[in-house]
Design a protein around this ligand. Structure first.
Ligand SMILES: *Cc1c(COP(=O)(O)O)cnc(C)c1O
Length: 370
């Protein structure tokens, strides 16, 4: 079904990737479970895209069409965000190439760069998301993560893409935290989007997913070949669950973002909470760029409770904030990042707002902090 031009986010999300209406058929066809498919004995695999499940699967294709509509590009989904990101890095980078990565970005991505990329002779440069950035001369790829996880700093995608392109570098943006409703990096000049669909995009804390989006066939083709060769594809059921979950993305983000704003304001006013970060707070260092660049703000915020013990007391006293990593789910959760070996301070908490009623969440957090 094609959505009207200029349709709103709710319309686009609920219709994204759905096939043409056929009487007697469901809105979203169920998952197609297949490793091999029947082949035409005479024509072989040329007669259908469905030959073998690693290169292709019809459930996956519908999900890719859906995310592609939202990001405004061609999409390949992967088994996880890490599979998508490491796939792009290993597809594009060769020994001797230089890559610029966020020094405050997703920790396992940075660990992969210093272990594996540096190990095969890629020159790995780090820059903080908020800048300053090094010269991009001689750089092959600039990976931005905005808003960054977990610090929630913001990078100016359009300005950095201009600088990178002037130096001959490609730009990829990790769009996990923003989601394609928060910003469309390809519209802002980026060459590639990489993301985890595990978080707010699918939002039910029940699957792992990653994707790559681009408008450039010369970039899509090697990423597709990489995925087929290495096999990091999501299963049909996860792809179907993800597609079903996309329909409510607009609704979920609206409540999560409203909850984050209310909670950020509440925490910023408390003398016993420090370092509150949410890019929608007018006093936040990321606010000016976020306000200009983002269509909506994430449901995630950061703050510091001083030490690990106070975080544990807060989490055990709260009735609505679950201790859990990841973010973007329906249920409010909080994570003390330092317990994972992240280079954050011991009392730093990344809190992900769920879809609970705002008043209930504020009351619960207030009681748990007391
Ligand atoms: C979670 C996350 C990833 C990795 O995604 P997985 O689906 O867990 O592999 C990458 N980038 C960011 C910003 C993330 O938050």
């Amino acid at each position: 079904m094609s959505t009207p031009e200029n349709a709103g986010d709710g319309t686009r999300c609920s219709h994204a990737g759905l096939p043409e209406a056929v009487p007697g058929q469901p809105f979203l066809p169920g998952p197609v479970f297949a490793a091999p498919y029947h082949l035409d004995p005479w024509q072989g695999p040329g007669a259908t895209p469905n030959g073998y499940g690693r290169p292709d699967n019809p459930t996956r294709r519908l999900l890719e069409a859906a995310i592609g509509e939202l990001e405004g590009g061609q999409v390949r989904v992967f088994a996880s965000g890490q599979a998508a990101i490491t796939g792009v890095l290993l597809t594009l980078l060769r020994p001797g190439d230089a890559v610029v990565l966020p020094s405050d970005g997703y920790y396992p991505m940075r660990a992969f760069a210093t272990d594996t990329l540096a190990g095969i002779g890629v020159r790995v440069l780090f820059a903080p998301t908020a800048g300053p950035y090094p010269s991009f001369d001689g750089v092959r790829l600039v990976l931005l993560e905005t808003p960054s996880n977990p610090g929630l700093d913001v990078a100016d995608i359009a300005a950095l893409s201009r600088d990178a392109h002037a130096a001959g570098a490609l730009v990829a943006v990790d769009n996990t935290t923003a989601t394609p409703l928060g910003q469309r990096p390809l519209d802002l000049g980026a060459d590639l989007v990489v993301a985890s669909g595990t978080k707010a995009l699918t939002g039910h804390s029940d699957l792992l997913l990653g994707y790559v989006a681009t408008r450039t066939p010369e970039l899509l083709d090697p990423v597709t070949a990489w995925r087929t060769a290495t096999g990091g594809v999501p299963g049909a059921f996860d792809a179907w669950l993800a597609h079903r979950s996309l329909a409510t993305l607009d609704l979920r983000l609206a409540r999560q973002s409203a909850n984050a704003e209310a909670l950020a304001r509440l925490l910023a006013d408390r003398p016993d909470v420090t370092g509150v970060r949410w890019p929608g707070l007018p006093g936040d260092p990321a606010y000016p760029v976020a306000a200009a660049q983002m269509r909506r703000l994430p449901g995630v915020l950061g703050f510091d409770l001083g030490d690990a013990e106070r975080v544990a007391r807060f989490l055990s006293a709260s009735r609505l904030v679950a201790a859990a990593t990841s973010f973007g789910g329906l249920h409010t959760s909080a994570d003390r990042r330092a317990q994972w070996g992240d280079d954050t301070s011991p009392g730093f908490v990344r809190l992900s707002c769920g879809v609970e009623d705002t008043a209930d969440l504020l009351a619960d957090v207030t009681a748990a902090l007391a």
